[in-house]
Structures are given as C-alpha cells and as structure tokens.
Design a protein around this ligand. Structure first.
Ligand code: TI1
Ligand code: ZN
Ligand code: CA
Ligand code: CA
Length: 567
C-alpha cells in the first residue's frame, strides 16, 4: 500500500543521481557474510565509515572538502532479543538534509555491519549545489500559503506550518529549497508539502500528503512483546499515521494471499454485552496502543501471534485462505469480561477471557484454544453445524480436533504428540494435570455429577452419551466421543475390544478437513459424521480391487470402536 508512494521516489533518485543500492540480506551470524568489520571502532564510526566506503573516494573526499559529512545519524536502537544494533542515517550536503535519502544499517554484537538497506548517492560530491538562500523562510511560507488557499479557500488557522531548508533532488538536479509542511483541517483537511526554490522563490513541486493517508495510515512495523506464557514474540503491527501510535493491526502474507490480523482490548466489558455489541454492531473493542514497538499486553500479544499460527496451519496444510477462504481479516478481542473462564467465536471474531486465575489463566495464552475458536470460524463458513445436540457436539469436536492438530503442527512434527486441549492455561496452580479435555483419553477428565454420566467422566462411547439439556444438549461433553474416534484414526489402539490401525496425523487431518468442507451439513450428527469421514477417506485413499483402503478401514474401525456403527 505504501509502496505506491515510496517506490517512484527511490527509482527517480537512483536513475537521476547515480545511487548504489547496498541492500543485502545477510544473517547476523558468520564472519563470511559481514559487509564491514568493526576493527575496534565505535558503532557510529563503523556506520559512517561503512557508508563512506560505498562511495567512490573522489566523490566522498569532495563532500568532505565542501565542508561536511555526507551521512548523518538520525536514530539508533539496540535490539535486545538478537543482540543487534540498528542505525538510521540520512544524507546531507553542508549540513542540509537531502529529501528522500535514508539508510538503515545493522550491526552484530561485535559492531560489524551485517546488513544495510537504502541507497547511497554516489555523485553528491561531484555536483554543484547552491547552499545560500536568497529568499527568507517567511517568503517561502507566504508563497506556500498563497498557493494552498488558492486551492482550498482561506485558512483561518493552520494546525501546523513550518519551513525547513532542504536539498530537493528533482528532474535530474539538486535544488536548494524550503520544504514547507502545512497541516489544515478547515476548510479542508490537508497535509501540504511545498518545495519552494530558495534561490528563485518559485514553487518547484507540491503535493497533498493526505491523499496518501491510506498508505501512511498502514505503515507496517515489526512489533515485539511478551506473550501470556512469558515468551518474547515478534509480529506484524502498524504505525498509525494520524496518531503516531503503533497498533496491533498486522498482515500475514502467504504466497499471493494477504490476511489482516487485528487484535483489540475489551477492557473487561461484560461478556454478554460484548458478544451482543460485537455481533450486532460490529464493535470489536479498543485499540491496543503503544508509542514504541513494544506491546505490553501479554494477552493481546498471544491472541495476535496465535491467530497467525493457526492461520498458517490452515494455509499450509489445507490451502485455506483465512477462515472464510476469501482472506477475511482475523479479529480477536482480549480481556472480555471480568475473570471470564472461557473463549468464544461469536460468528464474526474470536473472544478471550482473562480466566479467574484458578480454573484458567488468560485463555488467549493457549494455542489450541485459538485453534478451537478459529475452527468455529471455518465451520461457520462451511458445514455450519447447528450448535446444539448431536450437530453441536460434532461442531465442538471438530473445533477440538483442529485445535490440537494446529498446535501440534505449529510446534513441529518431532515434538511429542499432544492430544490435550487447553493445558497451557488450565488450572495454573496444578502442574501436570493436562487440559480441560483429552482427545486421547476423555475418561481421564472429571465431569460434574449434574450430568449424571457413568463414573462422572467425559464419555468415550456413543452409549454413554449425555441426553439432557445442559450445555446446549452436551455439546462440550458428547464432543469427546468424536474426539476419541479422531485420536484412534491417527494414533491407533484398542478400544472396547476393537483394534484400530493408526494412519498418522497428516492423513487424519486431511480426512476431517475434507469431511467438514465437503460433506457435513448443518444438521449432521454422529452417523453422518461417520459417513462423511468414510467418504472423505475413500476419495483420498481409493478402494483397491473393490476393497476399502487401509485408511478407509481405519475410519470405519474407529467409529465402530466409539459405538457409532452406521447401522
Ligand atoms: S466456542 C466456545 C463456547 C463458549 C460459549 C460461551 C459463550 C468454547 O467452546 N469455548 C471453549 C474454550 C476452551 C477451548 C477452553 C479449549 C479450554 C480449552 C470451551 O471449551 N469452553 C468450555 C469451558 C465451555 O464453554 O463449557
Ligand atoms: Zn467451542
Ligand atoms: Ca494442547
Ligand atoms: Ca494445570
């Protein structure tokens, strides 16, 4: 977006002024990739010497002879995560800044230059550039005002207006100009830039930067912050041009797809109120803001980065472009309610409570919870399973299945299998008790006696299902029956006397995704789930000589094992 503004300027500069692009993408390790060695010099000296070394000696000496250095440091920043140091410079001539110039130089822990971005002007020292103004700053301001008001009418009050001597490279020549920047709100909002020739008084060029407001409003930045589990994360965020603040609005680029990720703060607004406001009016909460690129809200950082991970899973494994497969923006809101022990999908976005600190810590902290909620988003856009009774249980189960699968995918296939859901945030004071639900062994999790189930545990068999009205007809309870089937398909095992041969996670997720997106319908229950999974398995792993493939046989055996026999 901002590219359309930036690229022409850079191109114009390099064509007209013989610039050298010194951009490299070396990693901050390894001697061989270094662009410039520190040799005991200070960071600032290294940067300036390095940039000087990019210019032919003759030209660089002429700049010095003309009375000054070509490069001026305008900002420095240490990055504690990587131990690197980042310096921004602009170019100047006799102390006057050159419009549009700029470099970013990166130093490793030993002050060696390992990367550099931005072009270096080669011919500055060889050019004849006037540096004595013959008109005053006031003249330049008056010229700009006159032109602005001829365009938009009389301006009573400028929100801001100033003039600064600037060397302006324009149409193959360096001009000594006053750069006048004027902000107006009435009669029309504007952010005018005027280049007034400081020797002739003429306007060389002008533009209204407010037309670029869109581009400016979404300058991408890299944010950082600790997540809810105390881990430092790096993520895509945005600098808001209007306020100068950084916001948790990011983008994920994957191939030709771009997905927005926006994360907001409900500031503990009650969950019921928020869910209504959000669903009816599209209210998403308040911006998460910072003046630096450090974001200090761990729940927000977690929600933001977990939605990137889950989206990556759907993108990479299932070639799905966001939840609706049309690139919809991923919206999350954290700090819903006070001590709310839940997370939800409200039909449009993800919501996360902070937990009461006993049953749950901040629910945004668990990647499988994010995977669960985001899968409801996928379901809304596909089978749209009705959220009660059997179809509701299948809905909840698919949310759990893709919740754990996306977490395992994100953590890498070599990590031990993790079929628990929510363990990262469940009962923070009790270690090693796993998650709220277990897909591998649902009966290890206690269930309130009010449900009246056998042994007061989650069911792992259709015969033991809950038939009452609580929990929308047991959507979070009977989901365990289908969860167990998915586990058996992937990992195999004996269950109620039925032997199931596991076919791997990778095949399991393809089967369930296909069943969800192609075969399940809003009213599908357990029997339809079995049929859909068998159909998906048969599509992907066809029958041979009239006999079902191992994969299809495994699906049938797993559903037999949990008592969903299809008869
Ligand atoms: S989709 C959401 C329903 C919440 C309804 C309330 C308005 C849901 O299922 N939330 C998950 C959150 C979760 C997921 C917690 C995995 C831990 C692990 C859920 O299971 N909620 C339970 C507590 C429930 O609502 O009964
Ligand atoms: Zn759910
Ligand atoms: Ca887990
Ligand atoms: Ca625990």
């Amino acid at each position: 977006m901002s590219k359309k503004v930036i690229i022409p300027a850079v191109l114009a500069l390099s064509v007209a002024f013989g610039t050298t692009n010194v951009t490299t993408f070396a990693a901050p390790t390894g001697e061989s990739t270094l662009l410039y060695k520190a040799d005991g010099l200070s960071k600032q000296e290294v940067v300036k010497n390095f940039l000087q070394s990019q210019i032919a000696l003759e030209a660089s000496e002429k700049v010095r002879a003309a009375g000054g250095e070509q490069f001026k440091i305008i900002s420095e920043e240490a990055d504690r995560t990587t131990g690197t140091y980042h310096v921004r410079t602009i170019e100047q001539y006799k102390g006057i800044p050159i419009y549009g110039s700029g470099q970013a130089v990166a130093l490793d822990a030993n002050n060696n230059v390992y990367a550099s971005f931005g072009e270096v002007t080669q011919t500055l020292g060889l050019s004849v550039i006037p540096t004595e103004a013959s008109i005053s700053q006031e003249d330049a301001l008056a010229t700009a005002k006159e032109s602005i008001e001829s365009k938009i009418g009389a301006v009573k009050n400028y929100d801001g207006i100033d003039a600064e001597l600037t060397i302006y490279p324009y149409e193959g020549q360096y001009h000594l100009t006053y750069l006048v920047k004027a902000s107006t709100s009435l009669p029309e909002p504007g952010y005018f830039h005027y280049f007034v020739d400081a020797t002739s008084g003429e306007v060389i060029n002008s533009f209204n930067a407010i037309h670029e407001a869109d581009a400016l409003a979404s300058t991408p930045i890299t944010g950082r912050g600790l997540d809810a589990l105390g881990k430092m994360q790096t993520f895509s965020a945005t600098k808001d041009a209007a306020t100068g603040k950084n916001l948790l609005h990011g983008t994920i680029v994957s191939g030709s797809n771009t997905v927005g990720i926006n994360t907001y703060d409900a500031r503990r607004m009650g969950e019921t109120g928020f869910i209504l406001l959000s669903a009816l009016l599209g209210f998403t909460g308040f911006e998460v803001e910072t003046n630096t690129n450090f974001f200090a809200d761990p729940a927000a950082v977690s929600a933001h980065t977990n939605s990137v991970k889950v989206n990556d899973y759907y993108q990479k494994i299932h070639k799905r472009n966001s939840l609706d497969d049309k690139g919809m923006t991923l919206v999350s809101t954290v700090h819903i309610g006070s001590k709310w022990n839940n997370a939800a999908w409200n039909g449009k976005q993800m919501l996360y409570g902070d937990g009461d600190g006993v049953q749950f810590s901040s629910l945004a902290g668990s990647m499988d919870v994010a995977g669960h909620e985001m899968t409801h988003g996928v379901i809304t856009n596909t089978a749209d399973l009705i959220y009660e009774n059997e179809s509701g249980a299948i809905n909840e189960s698919l949310a759990d299945i893709f919740g754990v699968l996306s977490e395992m995918h994100s953590k890498g296939l070599s990590s031990p299998a993790d079929w628990e859901i929510g363990e990262a945030v469940y009962t923070p004071y009790i270690d090693g008790d796993g998650g709220l639900r277990s897909l591998s062994n649902p009966r290890t999790k206690a269930l309130h006696p009010a449900y009246g189930l056998r042994d007061n545990v989650y069911p792992d068999n259709y015969q033991d299902r809950y038939l009452g009205e609580l929990d929308n007809g047991g959507v979070h309870i009977n989901s365990s029956i289908n969860n167990k089937a998915a586990y058996l398909i992937s990992e195999g095992g004996e269950h109620y006397g039925v032997n199931v041969t596991g076919i791997t996670r990778s095949k399991t997720e393809k089967i369930y995704y296909r069943a969800l997106t192609l075969y399940l319908t809003p009213s599908s229950g357990f029997a339809e789930m079995r049929q859909a999974a068998i159909q998906a398995a048969t599509d992907l792993y066809p029958d041979r000589n009239g006999a079902p493939s191992q994969e299809t046989q495994t699906v049938m055996a797993a559903y037999d094992a949990v008592g969903v026999t299809g008869e």
